[in-house]
Design a protein around this ligand. Structure first.
Ligand SMILES: Cc1cc2nc3c(=O)[nH]c(=O)nc-3n(C[C@H](O)[C@H](O)[C@H](O)COP(=O)(O)O)c2cc1C
Length: 397
C-alpha cells in the first residue's frame, strides 16, 4: 500500500511530536517516501536530524532555505497524502483562516492530495469553541481528521479528547484514504471473530483455542479498504483495530443474535469466529463444588449461526464461512459450502504447523461457489486477510 507513495508529514509544536518520529519511521519502512516539514514550534520539541535519519530525506523547516524556492508548492502537489501529526490548536487556526505565513501552512494551502490531521493538545484547548470551529471549517473543506483520543495527557490524566491518536491508527487511516473508492468502499461488512464461551457455572466455561487474530486482521483490512466494519467478537485479547465498530459477545447464542441484528443492512458477512458447538445442557447458577468421582456434563448443540442466517439473507449479501478441519480439509470444506449455501469458504487444515489457531501466520485454500479454488500459501494473517478480501471483491464482480 505504501510502497512508492509520497507522503508529506507536517509536524507542529506539541509534546506528541515525538510520536511522529515513529510515524515517519513506520511509513518509511513500509516503502513510502516521507518528506517532513517542521513548524517553528515543532523545532522546539524535536530536531530535524532525527527525522532526517529515519526518513533519509532532507527535512524542511522554512520557506526561505536557499535552493528550495518552489517547494511550498511542489511538495504538496507531488504528494499522494499529506499528514499533519501532531496538529496544534495554532496550526488548525492558521490553516482554517487560510494563512500562509510559513512553509507548512503555505504547502497545506497549495496541496491537492488528501490531508489527514491528527490534532493533539490539552483537553480544554480542544474543547474550546474556537478550536472546534476551526476544525469544522477544515472538515467542510475536505480535510480528514483522526482523533484526538481520550487518555493520559502530558499534564496528567484526562477523560476528554486531547491526546494524539497512536501512529498505527494514523497509518490505518492513511491507508483508507490512499485506497480511495475500491469495491468495498462504503459497504457494510460484518466480521465475527474469536471463540465463544458457554457457562458451566458462574466460574467455569467451555470454550476453544481460537485467538481471534484472523477475524481481527480481516476486520482491519476491510476498514482500510473503505468498508464500514462491525466486528462481532467473542472473548479475545487482540487489540481493537482502529475504525471498526466492536461488539463484544460471550456465548454462541449472543453471537448469533448480534449477526442477525446487523444482517439486513450488511453487504458481506465473514464468519471467521470459532463458536462453541456445544453448551452445557443445565448450567448451574452456583459454583459446582469439587467432588470425588468427577462430574459428567450433559451437552446440547448450540445454534449453527450460518444456517440460522439462511432465511434472513438478502440477495446482495455475500456470505463467507471458515472451515477448520483436520484431514481431507478441502473436501470437507466443499461439503460445508454447499450445506450452508455459502458464497466463499476459507479452508484451514488445523494440523498444518503455522496455520490455524493462535499463531500469526496461516495457510488456507479459498473456494467459491463457482468452484474456483485459490490456494494461499503460508503468510502473515494480515496478508491472508488481504487475499481473502481480494477474493471477495472478485466474486462480487
Ligand atoms: C511544553 C509545551 C507543550 C505544548 N504542547 C502543545 C500541544 O500539545 N498542542 C498544542 O496545540 N499546543 C501546544 N503547545 C503550544 C504550542 O507550542 C504553541 O501554540 C506554538 O505556537 C505552536 O506553534 P506551531 O503550530 O507553529 O508549531 C505547547 C507549548 C509548550 C511550551
Amino acid at each position: 500500500m505504501w510502497r512508492g507513495r509520497h507522503v508529506v508529514l507536517g509536524v507542529t509544536g506539541g509534546i506528541a511530536a515525538y510520536k511522529s518520529v515513529h510515524l515517519a519511521r513506520e511509513l518509511t519502512q513500509r516503502g513510502a517516501t516521507v518528506d517532513v516539514v517542521l513548524s517553528r514550534g515543532a523545532t522546539r520539541f524535536i530536531g530535524a536530524p532525527t527525522f532526517e535519519a529515519v526518513t533519509r530525506r532532507p527535512v524542511r523547516t522554512s520557506l526561505w532555505e536557499p535552493g528550495t524556492a518552489l517547494e511550498h508548492i511542489t511538495l504538496g502537489e507531488d504528494a499522494d497524502l499529506v499528514i499533519v501529526a501532531p496538529a496544534t490548536a495554532q496550526l488548525l487556526a492558521r490553516a482554517a483562516a487560510g494563512m500562509a505565513d510559513d512553509l507548512l501552512t503555505t504547502m497545506l494551502l497549495a496541496a491537492e492530495a488528501p490531508v489527514l490531521v491528527a490534532p493533539a493538545m490539552n483537553d480544554a484547548m480542544f474543547a474550546n469553541g474556537a478550536t472546534a470551529a476551526n476544525l469544522r471549517r477544515l472538515v467542510e473543506r475536505g480535510w480528514h481528521v483522526i482523533g484526538p483520543a481520550v487518555g493520559e495527557l502530558a499534564e496528567g490524566p484526562s477523560n476528554r479528547p486531547g491526546r494524539m491518536e497512536e501512529p498505527e491508527a494514523v497509518i490505518a487511516h492513511g491507508e483508507r484514504l490512499l485506497a480511495g473508492e475500491g469495491p468495498l468502499h462504503r459497504l457494510q461488512v460484518i466480521v465475527t471473530a474469536g471463540p465463544t464461551r458457554e457457562m458451566i457455572d458462574p466460574i467455569r466455561v467451555i470454550t476453544n483455542r481460537s485467538s481471534g487474530k484472523m477475524g481481527y486482521r480481516i476486520a482491519e483490512a476491510a476498514w482500510r479498504r473503505g468498508a464500514e466494519v462491525i466486528l462481532i467478537s467473542g472473548p479475545s485479547s487482540e487489540p481493537v483495530p482502529y475504525g471498526v465498530r466492536l461488539l463484544r459477545v460471550a456465548s454462541t447464542a449472543e453471537m448469533a443474535e448480534a449477526v442477525r441484528a446487523h444482517l439486513p443492512t450488511s453487504d458481506v458477512l465473514v464468519m471467521a469466529a470459532a463458536p462453541a458447538d456445544f453448551r452445557p445442557r443445565h448450567p448451574s447458577a452456583q459454583k459446582v463444588p469439587r467432588r470425588d468421582g468427577g462430574l459428567t456434563l450433559a451437552l446440547a448443540g448450540t445454534e449453527d449461526i450460518l444456517l440460522a442466517t439462511l432465511p434472513e439473507r438478502h440477495h446482495r449479501l455475500t456470505v463467507v464461512g471458515f472451515a477448520l478441519e483436520t484431514g481431507d480439509a478441502v473436501e470437507k470444506g466443499r461439503a460445508k459450502l454447499i450445506r450452508k449455501q455459502l458464497d466463499l469458504i476459507v479452508i484451514n487444515d488445523a494440523l498444518e504447523p503455522g496455520a490455524g489457531f493462535d499463531v500469526d501466520t496461516n495457510a488456507v485454500t479459498i473456494l467459491d461457489s463457482h468452484g474456483t479454488l485459490t490456494p494461499i500459501s503460508m503468510r502473515p494473517k494480515r496478508e491472508v486477510a488481504d487475499a481473502l478480501l481480494d477474493a471477495i471483491e472478485r466474486y462480487r464482480g
